[in-house]
Design a binder for this molecule. Structure first.
Ligand SMILES: Cc1cc2nc3c(=O)[nH]c(=O)nc-3n(C[C@H](O)[C@H](O)[C@H](O)COP(=O)(O)OP(=O)(O)OC[C@H]3O[C@@H](n4cnc5c(N)ncnc54)[C@H](O)[C@@H]3O)c2cc1C
Length: 407
């Protein structure tokens, strides 16, 4: 892999850094306080749209969409986009300013890649314009959802339409008042081979029968305004034209959705870890317990240097995965994609934990971003496939590759 970023990526990194410094980081504390205030539940911070307009005007918009998606794409490879995602990850809410936030990014990729012209016109265009937001409804409370073949929601033909019944939870983004469309995964054929039973279908959030039951919290955080919802789908009727790609294609779509999405998640986490490293270093030079500055204690230096090593290791691993996806596609980059999903959330949680410790009481309070960062990093050891699933898949393919050779 070539470790030199392209001119295009470097130029965007420089402009994005400048935008973050001037417009995002100065507002960080205000946004965090606004989003945590119960009086503002499910309401967007009023300054957000203005920042989105500014980002759009500066061409810092939809940067995530890979270059093979024609007209919709600003033309970046995964490797070119990865350092931009890292910069956005330095605050919890920056990605949305650039229309690069999950789950919209994954959903837009699905629609760009597999959507019909009609689906693209109706849902992809407003998503790309940042006018609406979306949710991805796969996980179900009643089944072990780390095995996606367990999903039981039914999508059955009925009088020329599809009728959907099921219960979903952890639907990120669904509490957002601007969330207008969901991609729902469910079964269209209960008797087909296991990986051909499921399909994905578009369900407008205002369809009768779709009911948000409650928001779920993550370590107590409601993550307003996007939230994570539990949703019941009861005799939800949508036209057949809402099906994406075709019956039984759910896993094919899921495969295509996941590769770049994991690069984005992991690079944002590296951005969080990097900011945590900077915060703990700054704190270490400004506090002096027992008559000496914290940064002169060997134990503190070790925590900081260990964190710097782990962040750089993880960064290089993710860039390597991004490069491989660009050169040979997500399927052939499968092992590296598993590796980053195993390594990065755990690394970020460890680094953030050290930063919390060095920060003292402030670290767990709302006066620093660390506690919320920790909740996000820790939950990504579960979301998008728990650690053990990736460890098991990677272990299996590694043993297949080397097992007999070492007999
Ligand atoms: C903050 C957050 C946001 C999320 N956002 C979304 C979203 O937008 N849309 C959506 O559909 N879902 C979302 N999820 C759900 C997430 O993807 C699931 O929680 C995850 O896939 C695990 O499914 P489960 O909770 O049913 O756990 P289960 O399948 O019940 O697994 C529980 C545990 O079993 C163990 N386990 C599982 N498989 C193995 C194995 N092969 N070997 C050993 N141990 C194993 C693991 O420790 C695992 O954590 C989100 C979750 C969180 C926490």
């Amino acid at each position: 892999m070539n470790f030199q970023y392209t001119e295009k990526s470097l130029e965007l990194q420089s402009r994005l850094k400048d935008f973050l410094k001037k417009q995002i980081l100065p507002a960080d504390e205000e946004v965090e306080a606004f989003d945590r205030d119960p009086a503002n539940l499910w309401i967007k911070w009023p300054g957000l749209e203005k920042l989105k307009d500014a980002a759009r005007k500066e061409g810092l918009w939809n940067l995530f969409l890979p270059r093979d998606y024609g007209d919709f794409s600003p033309g970046l490879t995964n490797l070119e986009y990865a350092p931009l995602a890292e910069l956005m990850g330095r605050t919890r809410w920056a990605s949305e300013v650039f229309n690069c936030s999950p789950p919209d990014t994954g959903n837009m990729e699905v629609l760009a890649r597999y959507g019909s012209p009609e689906q693209q016109k109706k849902w992809l265009e407003p998503l790309l314009e940042g006018k609406i937001r979306s949710a991805f409804l796969m996980t179900e409370p009643e089944v072990a959802s780390s095995d996606a073949t367990n999903m039981e929601t039914s999508i059955v033909p009925d009088q020329g339409d599809y009728l959907i019944n099921g219960r979903k939870w952890w639907s990120s983004g669904a509490m957002d008042p601007n969330c207008k469309i969901a991609i729902v995964m469910g079964k269209t054929d209960f008797d087909a081979p296991r990986h051909q039973q499921h399909s994905m279908i578009l369900v407008p959030m205002d369809t009768p029968g779709l009911q948000i039951i409650r928001p779920l919290s993550v370590f107590g955080y409601l993550d307003s305004p996007e939230g994570h919802a539990e949703i019941v789908l009861e005799s939800v009727r949508v036209p057949k034209s809402n099906l994406i790609l075709g019956e039984g294609k759910g896993f094919e779509i899921a495969q295509g959705r996941l590769g770049p999405g994991r690069i984005h998640h992991c690079m944002r986490l590296i951005g969080m870890a990097q900011r945590s490293l900077e915060l703990m270093s700054a704190r270490a030079t400004s506090r002096s317990p027992f008559g000496r500055s914290l940064d002169t204690y060997s134990s503190i230096r070790q925590e900081i240097s260990r964190s710097a090593c782990e962040i750089e290791q993880a960064r290089l691993l993710v860039l390597s995965a991004a490069d491989r996806i660009d050169r040979v596609g997500s399927k052939s980059a499968k092992e590296l994609i598993s590796m980053i999903k195993i390594v990065v959330p755990a690394m970020a949680a460890n680094v953030i934990d050290r930063a919390i410790q060095i920060m003292g009481g402030k670290g767990v309070s709302g006066d620093s971003p660390l506690a919320h960062f920790y909740a996000a990093a820790r939950s990504l050891r579960l979301a998008d496939g728990p650690d053990e699933v990736h460890l098991s898949q990677l272990g299996k393919s590694t043993i297949r590759k080397y097992g007999q050779a070492n007999d």
